[in-house]
Design a protein around this ligand. Structure first.
Ligand code: ADP
Ligand code: ADP
Length: 220
């Protein structure tokens, strides 16, 4: 069985067909990239898979369950990195990490995760005092502290400088190596090529190409 199986997924906002019939099969342990330009339907698709947005139609299975009816137990197996996390700006990095860790039954050590994302020196700072790139790393840290089986990353490195991006890629490769299934959206071809085993290219709510990133990259 697959970690994620999607057939005929659609979602329309008033006047906009954001997702127009998408099929996906994502294997356990894969790093799967959904690559496409702004407005292609990446966030909408991922939000539906995360259980944060209702679909109009289609069959969707995520870790064996329907994300349209999320349970607490199911949520605890999934890690989510949203595009903009505005949680608790007054908490310090260490405080918010410890808080999140208590929500999950098999959490990672918060200090270890802070180290993983390169925020050890900022661990005592309030989230609102951090730069954009540092906040993004907090987002990622919050997504992985629960030791999820399946991790969603929506545009994880938008706004990163090249050095931070490389470090982030190393972090993701490490999580993948440990067996975490990862679904990421990106508009950077290089990010998909570097990280993913499989890539689906999305445009105007449809998958227009899918396969091995090296093959797709050669043609883009
Ligand atoms: P991407 O993540 O690839 O940028 P989105 O899924 O955010 O794409 O958006 C797909 C389309 O749906 C775009 O045309 C966008 O403007 C529209 N859209 C997204 N969210 C909403 C919303 N909440 N209400 C109305 N239209 C939306
Ligand atoms: P939801 O209540 O489903 O979470 P959002 O918080 O995404 O919706 O959006 C709140 C409002 O902003 C909605 O009225 C939506 O139509 C609008 N909106 C959000 N994102 C977009 C977008 N990308 N394009 C057009 N409208 C949007």
């Amino acid at each position: 069985t697959h970690a994620i199986q999607v057939r005929g997924l659609t979602k329309r906002y008033s006047g906009v067909e954001a997702v127009a019939g998408i099929d996906l099969e994502i294997e356990h342990g894969a790093v799967f990239a959904i690559l496409g330009p702004n407005g292609a339907g990446k966030s909408t698709t991922v939000e539906i898979l995360e259980g944060y947005r209702k679909r109009d139609s289609g069959e969707v299975s995520v870790l064996g369950a329907d994300p349209g009816r999320p349970t607490r137990q199911w949520r605890s197996r999934i890690g989510i990195v949203l595009q903009t996390n505005q949680d608790a700006p007054e908490l310090t990095v260490r405080e918010i990490m410890r808080l999140y860790a208590t929500y999950y039954p098999a959490s990672r050590d918060p200090d270890e995760v802070i180290e993983m994302v390169g925020l050890t020196e900022s661990a005592g700072k309030r989230v609102r005092q951090l730069s954009g790139g540092q906040r993004r790393r907090v987002d990622v840290a919050l997504g992985v502290v629960g030791r999820p089986e399946l991790l969603f990353l929506d545009e994880p490195t938008t706004g990163f400088d090249p050095e931070s991006r490389r470090r982030f890629w190393d972090l993701i490769s490490g999580l993948a190596h440990d067996g975490t299934t990862i679904v990421l959206t990106t508009h950077y071809l290089e990010e998909a090529e570097t990280l993913a085993d499989r890539v689906a290219v999305i445009a105007q709510g449809k998958i227009v190409a899918a396969g091995d990133p090296a093959t797709l990259g050669g043609r883009a």
